[in-house]
Design a protein around this ligand. Structure first.
Ligand SMILES: [Zn+2]
Length: 290
């Protein structure tokens, strides 16, 4: 999955006093949320990296925010717009939606993009206090925004969502879906957790809403941080209970069918928890989900 970057490891501890070194990577993003672009360097075809702090002609240490570390490489976020003259040569802006469709090496840099995106979204939407409208400042000890007038604190926001493999033990099939808009490949039933709901209740509600089926034997599989949607995804398998006839929510989906293991077409590239769950079923069938 996206976050499986061994032998590297992401250190997401927040170091408020960190300042960029010459070789620290600088993440620069721009554009609207649905069409976000990131500044990258391409080397050797499919290898992607990010410009180093020393490559920027003029960017002050105060205008970057520490993000995280992967192996010994520190990542910082450029806070605010950069003029074209400040952009290092040999770099290009690339749409993140396009990066998602490519097979990029090293994989740890793909995970860096997703995670940096999540932090960028949070920083860019918390410039002002939601209570009194005054400017926020970065806290001096932890990753938080603090209102400079009323003291209101805002912590990073993570949206919980579930990915659901609905299985039928009897026929050894699983429900695959395709969304009506956006992502065009096969997926599983999925949805956000509502306030006041357990993850297991989300599973039952989303399956009923999207494909009109009752389910039982809900079993946790694995989880995945999915920064391009500010999500934490929890994967579950569950068994259809009773009627197996799909009643699809056509406002959200354009495809929902029971599929046998040999007929499962996997996603490319294979970063997602959804894809791992589909692969598990493709290779091991219902038995693999227990
Ligand atoms: Zn305030």
């Amino acid at each position: 999955m996206l976050q499986d970057i061994l032998p590297y490891k992401m250190d997401n501890h927040y170091y408020p006093d960190a300042v960029p070194k010459a070789d620290s990577r600088i993440i620069v993003m721009k554009g609207e949320i649905s069409d976000r672009e990131i500044l990258i360097k391409r080397t050797d075809g499919d290898r992607v990296s990010f410009p180093a702090f020393s490559e920027f002609a003029s960017i002050s240490k105060e205008k970057v925010i520490y993000l995280f570390k992967i192996a010994d490489e520190e990542f910082f976020l450029s806070d605010g717009e950069l003029s074209d003259a400040m952009i290092p040569k040999e770099c290009e802006f690339c749409r993140i939606s396009e990066l998602r469709r490519e097979k990029i090496e090293p994989k740890s840099n793909v995970f860096a993009v997703y995670t940096a995106f999540h932090l960028y979204e949070w920083y860019s939407t918390t410039r002002f206090c939601g209570k009194c409208g005054s400017p926020n400042a970065n806290d001096s000890l932890e990753r938080a925004r603090v209102c400079t007038v009323c003291g209101n604190r805002i912590y990073p926001r993570i949206n919980p969502a579930v990915i659901i493999g609905v299985t039928d033990k009897e026929s050894n099939r699983i429900i695959l879906t395709r969304y009506r808009s956006g992502f065009a490949q096969n997926a599983l039933v999925a949805g956000f957790t509502e306030i006041g709901e357990t993850l297991e209740e989300t599973v039952r509600r989303e399956v009923m809403e999207e494909v009109g089926l009752e389910v039982g034997n809900v079993r946790y599989y694995s989880s995945q941080p999915w920064g391009v949607a500010s999500d934490i995804l929890s994967g579950f398998f569950c068994d259809v209970a009773g009627n197996k006839e799909i009643r699809m929510d056509s406002s959200e989906l354009k495809y929902a069918e029971w599929v046998s293991p040999e007929d499962i077409v996997l996603q490319i590239p294979d970063y997602s928890l959804t894809n791992e769950m589909m692969r598990l079923f493709k290779e091991h069938g219902y038995e693999g989900t227990l």
